[in-house]
Design a protein around this ligand. Structure first.
Ligand SMILES: NC(=O)c1ccc[n+]([C@@H]2O[C@H](COP(=O)([O-])OP(=O)(O)OC[C@H]3O[C@@H](n4cnc5c(N)ncnc54)[C@H](OP(=O)(O)O)[C@@H]3O)[C@@H](O)[C@H]2O)c1
Length: 302
């Protein structure tokens, strides 16, 4: 089996609420520009290339795409690209979007949305994606304030049929408990990866015990965050990659999937070759010894 023939099915499946998906998915944040996301001077991506990456992802069995209405550059919108590339959508495709602090049309970040504005953000996603309901909506937050009012507003939109399932993003275990008291939560989307937030290991485990998917972002980019992958990986990660004839990025992704069957990957890329590599990372099985080495690098924050 070559990288070109490995499909996302090799990573196994997880069920978000009642929606079964392959554990290797795709994040749309990198589709709209090359280089740093959200940068004022970001160079818009090539439209045809972005559309072909999305179509290739689906051909490779990706059926979970993470997006947001605020993923846009001067000339590209991730939701518009998804709509153009994939509508009419395959029956098994799950599109997860996020609402909360958005960006205004000029690209400037806005504060937390009020409950009324959250409804507007949901409607904006429906319009851009061309759908009558959203599969999964994450309430993305900044800070540690109560999310009860905002999550409650989304729960009402779920009851009204505009949203099928709810998740939360950038949250603590306390936020998860607070949200679960209001409505079911199918996923937590937080920053996590080798060397990133080892103090969240227990939260990752706890999500699995509660049947909640844990969806790490920046699993490849790590400390590079919006800027992207730095390409500077530790000797240990590089040694494991070499042993499997794979890249450090693939090892970083595979390591997250080894944290539990409830961990889903949403690697972001605008590069067709990276897309194929990321899907193929789902086939990488790390040995106990390799996991021990990578876990210790993780704990050291390297
Ligand atoms: N909830 C939140 O607050 C939040 C925040 C950030 C992101 N997200 C979501 O999480 C997704 C994942 O984050 P991310 O896009 O930063 O993804 P990532 O997978 O952690 O890293 C993407 C970076 O790695 C590079 N890359 C991707 N695949 C590679 C490969 N096989 N080899 C070498 N380099 C590779 C990309 O550049 P190339 O484009 O050149 O491949 C880009 O620089 C986002 O797309 C978005 O959907 C959510």
């Amino acid at each position: 089996m070559t990288s070109e023939t490995i499909t996302a099915a090799v990573s196994g499946t997880w069920t978000l609420g009642d929606l079964e998906i392959n554990r290797i998915g795709f994040g749309a944040m990198r589709l709209t520009q090359s280089g740093e996301a959200f940068a004022d001077d970001a160079v818009p991506s090539d439209r045809g290339r972005a559309i072909s990456v999305l179509r290739r992802a689906v051909e490779l069995g990706v059926n979970h795409i993470d997006t947001a209405a605020f993923y846009f550059s001067a000339l590209r919108s991730a939701n518009e690209l998804i709509n153009r590339a994939l509508a009419p959508y395959p029956d098994d495709l799950v599109i997860t979007t996020k609402v909360g602090p958005g960006r205004d049309p000029s690209g400037a970040w806005q504060p937390h949305a009020t409950p009324e504005r959250l409804r507007g953000q949901v409607e904006e996603n429906l319009r851009q994606l061309g759908r009558d309901h959203l599969d999964v909506v994450n309430l993305r937050i900044v800070g540690t304030d109560s999310i009860a009012e905002r999550f409650g507003a989304l729960a009402q939109l779920r009851d009204a049929g505009l949203i099928r399932h709810l998740g939360i993003s950038n949250v603590t275990p306390e936020h998860l408990a607070e949200a679960q008291a209001i409505a079911p939560v199918v996923c937590v989307q937080n920053q996590y990866g080798i060397g990133v937030r080892p103090e969240h290991d227990e939260f990752v485990r706890a999500c699995g015990e509660q049947g909640v998917a844990f969806v790490p972002f920046y699993a490849i980019a790590g400390a590079g965050r919006e800027v992207g992958a730095s390409g500077s990986d530790s000797d240990e990660v590089l040694a494991v990659a070499r042993a499997h004839g794979m890249s450090a990025a693939q090892v970083r992704l595979a390591w997250t999937l080894h944290r539990g069957p409830h961990v889903l990957a949403i690697p972001g890329t605008g590069n067709p070759e990276h897309l194929v590599a990321n899907v193929a990372a789902g086939a990488l099985r790390l040995s106990e010894d390799e996991l021990a080495v990578l876990d210790s690098i993780h704990q050291s924050g390297a």
